[in-house]
Design a protein around this ligand. Sequence first.
Ligand code: SAM
Ligand code: TMP
Ligand code: ZN
Length: 405
Amino acid sequence: MLSCRICGGRLHEFIDFGQQPLSSGLLEPEYLGDEFFFRLAVGVCGDCTMVQLTEEVPRHLMFNSHYPYLSSGSSVMRGHFEETARHFLATELTGKDAFLVELGCNDGVMLRALAEAGVRHLGVEPSQSVADIARRQGIRVATEFFQESTAADIRKEEGHAQVIFAANTICHIPYLDSIFRGVDELLAPDGVFVFEDPYLADIVDLASFDQIYDEHYYFFSVSSVSAMVERFGFELVDVERLSVHGGEVRYTIARAGRRTPAPAVAELLGQERARGLSELATLQGFVARVERARDELVALLRRLRDEGRTVVGYGATAKSATVANYCGIGPDLISFISDTTPNKQGRLTPGSHIPVRSRADFENPYPDYALLFAWNHAEEIIAKEQQFRASGGKWIRYVPDVRVL
Ligand code: SAM
Ligand code: TMP
Ligand code: ZN
């Protein structure tokens, strides 16, 4: 029997993508030896409603000195995190010698504004490749995995934090018991722990199955997060829906009884219950849409190949690893993927071995079709690639369904 990583309850598996590689494990072309594969499957807990992977990939295989993802690669995300920093500066951090700790600060996209404002901060970021980029900008970073012991060390050296923040990081961490014990150790008595991650309701509504990959261990809902934080002596006191990364929720957690929960918490919880978000029937409906999207996408790409059209991918996202490997899309269907991340260029995508090339290659010459793997940045990308459309190029999307635009 599979059991829930949070409460030990029974886990009901509802989707299985088969053997999948490390989503950020891009390969050097001359090295095509053994690749790491694991079974990517997802289940829902019948007791606490937490949706989670059934297999855990060792963390050092994913987050290390080769981790290529750069948070500052999108101008929309830079704006989002500048606004986040301004919000904290104007609210929780107004006291004397206020201190904010960010888990998974990556290249410093959020902490930069705090460093510039001269506010005490610390990033905790295990991937040295990205931590070094933040450090070079004057941001304080500890190259560590956050966990109970790290929190205790920080508390000893620096005292309590008024805010602990994490974006697109908490859902990456299976061992949340250690994280919450660490937060308990480090957070000031009236401080807040704020984290934002992809929202299960948006994943179900958009059938965005590519949100499921090794790094995304949990798929949070208001229901599962509120049950989880209560187990650790905390309370969910606010929730805010965000449009970034295909739909997320920002959760604000405080020590139980310290703050009055905002009405939004009960509202969103009520909506989730009314639509049966965590029920197996709902999740099985999601699976049916995913299978249809896969079949339609593969049929479209095969037809375009047979007609002699050129098709490239746009954005060698971690998400694209699930799409390519689940759908069986290789270099025969997509000649290369264009991506702006220096450490992805010149490499091959994990499992599917599609070459990744620079943005310059995208227009040299423009392809007939571009499969938009970075669909969560669609507005930004389509706006800056207007010349592609003007030259007769067409975008292919597969979220929320397969369409050519
Ligand atoms: N916060 C950035 C953003 O939203 O763009 C980065 C998100 S990135 C998808 C996830 C980050 O979490 C990676 O940089 C990874 O190294 C980091 N990470 C993974 N496990 C962690 C842990 N236990 N403590 C702190 N950071 C962790
Ligand atoms: P993400 O969806 O996980 O944020 O990853 C986006 C990927 O797409 C990342 O590898 C950078 C790449 N990208 C581009 O190539 N061009 C762009 O304009 C943007 C916004 C992202
Ligand atoms: Zn559970």
